[in-house]
Design a protein around this ligand. Structure first.
Ligand SMILES: *Cc1c(COP(=O)(O)O)cnc(C)c1O
Length: 495
């Protein structure tokens, strides 16, 4: 029997995995969730002998049950290849008592590559399975890293087009340069005069716009989403947590079934939700530690049970976490409400109308697996400097937030459970902030001088993603108002 997916807002909507991947978002605005979370089908001991690709297959076959073995294996092979600069795909580095799971060895040196290198393959396979004739138009809002990873994943993939919206003044210079230099005839990049939440809301509105859908269909197009709300992104993210555990087991750093903690620098709540799913599949995980930057909506939520986005939006040096509406949290809310779509839909309505909702005590009790905290700009800079001075290991700004929160967690609880910290970006992606944290004098240098200097002090080669943009030409320069987003899309599609 196939594992079916329903909407978090309407239990009556039921689709297969491939249909959920194609649609991205349910038509009622809900997110697709599996009927149940399957259990790991193989023992941790067996997993400890597997490669990343083999582990990926073991996880994905449980969720994507309407794909054949061959289809899944082909997708996995095409995704996790030499685009990654290490054979391990996701290496685990031990530094100062924590295990950093480096998720940034893909084409765009951020963790989004882990899922976005496979999503285009899952999607084109899903299109074939469902006899889709339209071209698929990927609409994406990005706080910086998703955009480039999605562009790189979909560039020149036949039968697809991709349009990325980013906040014009809300991403790092390197992130922007990476996007606006993207090649591929099917790629479009647009800066909006607004913040990430406005970009994301604009994209969601286009997905929900029936008239626009009709207009597109007449011209042979249909929308889909590469945002982290797509189940085709969430599931590939479960893989690396299982892989990290299995690697620790293989290295003799864990006893079988010994629990670990996982710390995740969080924005849209996709990465940590994948860790939660891994736990629910049976991976021995104790605490899920949710790390926020100064946009600490999630910290407040875990502390009080009230989700309140009505607050000032802070631009930080960890822009991929500058988010006030964490979309994937909806999947957790749905689950802790007892898989109740009606109740979840009410919360989401409140969020849309008032920007705030409060969960019940019974639901709060279901959050015992989570611990939330945050670090401010100064604390995360301090963290980068401290770890570098002590070990020579250099963190990016997002991972530094996670490391800072982990430090607070340990000070508060004294918990010495072995801990994996999701390391979500290469420090080369946020070079200026990283180098300034290590020594303010570096600020006088240019971005590329800083990359060379970072390479020297950390003894790590400058990644190809950075070498590539040194001399790349700017190919995209559209900037628009938030209200103009649909018009821009139509213009690109020639309708
Ligand atoms: C996207 C991103 C995050 C946040 O991940 P979510 O799944 O949105 O919570 C953290 N760090 C980096 C570097 C990212 O690109």
């Amino acid at each position: 029997m196939d594992l079916m997916y329903s909407s978090t807002r309407d239990a009556g909507i039921k689709v297969t995995a491939s249909q959920a991947i194609l649609k991205g978002l349910s038509e009622d605005g809900g997110l697709f969730v599996p009927d149940h979370i399957p259990e790991l089908g193989v023992s941790l001991k067996e997993l400890s002998q597997m490669t990343y690709q083999e582990t990926a297959y073991e996880i994905m076959k449980l969720f994507f049950t309407d794909f054949t073995q061959q289809e899944l294996k082909d997708c996995i092979r095409a995704a996790y290849d030499s685009k990654f600069d290490t054979e391990e795909i996701a290496p685990l580095v031990h530094a100062d008592g924590a295990y950093y799971l480096e998720l940034f060895h893909g084409a765009t040196i951020a963790f989004k590559d882990m899922a976005l290198s496979i999503l285009p393959h899952l999607m084109t396979t899903a299109a074939k399975k469902n006899h889709v004739k339209n071209d698929i138009v990927i609409l994406t809002a990005t706080s910086g890293d998703t955009g480039k990873a999605a562009l790189a994943g979909f560039a020149d993939v036949k039968g697809t087009k991709i349009i990325v919206f980013y906040p014009k003044n809300g991403v790092s210079p390197i992130q922007e340069k990476q996007m606006v230099t993207q090649t591929g005839d099917n790629t479009h990049v647009v800066g909006i005069k607004g913040n990430f939440d406005q970009a994301q809301t604009g994209v969601k509105q286009m997905f929900a716009d029936k008239a626009l859908e009709q207009e597109l269909a007449e011209k042979g197009f249909q929308f889909s989403s590469a945002n982290s709300i797509n189940i085709g992104r969430l599931v590939p993210q479960i893989v690396y947590y299982v892989y990290a555990y299995a690697k620790m087991l293989a290295r003799g750093e864990l006893q079988e079934n010994e629990q670990i903690n996982i710390v995740v620098p969080t924005g849209n709540f996709g990465n940590i939700l994948a860790a939660y799913y891994a736990k629910k599949m049976g991976l021995p995980v104790a605490k899920l530690i949710c790390a926020s930057n100064e946009n600490k909506v999630l910290y407040d939520f875990f502390k009080t049970g009230t989700y309140d986005k009505n607050r000032e939006f802070v631009l930080t040096s960890s822009p991929s976490m500058d988010i006030l509406i964490s979309s994937n949290l909806e999947r957790l809310i749905y689950r802790i409400a007892g898989n109740d779509a009606v109740q979840n839909a009410e919360f989401m309505k409140k969020l849309a109308e008032d920007g705030v909702y409060e969960i019940s005590d019974a639901m709060r009790a279901e959050l015992a697996d989570f611990y939330g905290n945050y670090t401010d700009e100064q604390e995360s800079a301090q963290m980068m400097k401290e770890l570098y001075d002590k070990t020579g290991y250099v963190l990016d700004t997002h991972t530094a937030v996670a490391a800072g929160v982990y430090k607070k967690y340990m000070a508060e609880t004294g918990d010495r459970t072995k801990t994996v910290i999701a390391s979500t970006a290469s420090p080369f992606k946020f070079t200026r902030s990283v180098m300034k944290a290590i020594d303010p004098a570096y600020n006088a240098k240019s971005d590329f001088e800083l990359a060379d200097e970072l390479s020297r002090i950390a003894d790590v080669k400058v990644p190809k993603a950075i070498e590539d943009i040194r001399s790349a030409r700017i190919l995209h320069n559209t900037v628009c108002e938030v209200e103009e987003m649909p018009a821009v899309v139509k213009n690109f599609l020639g309708i």
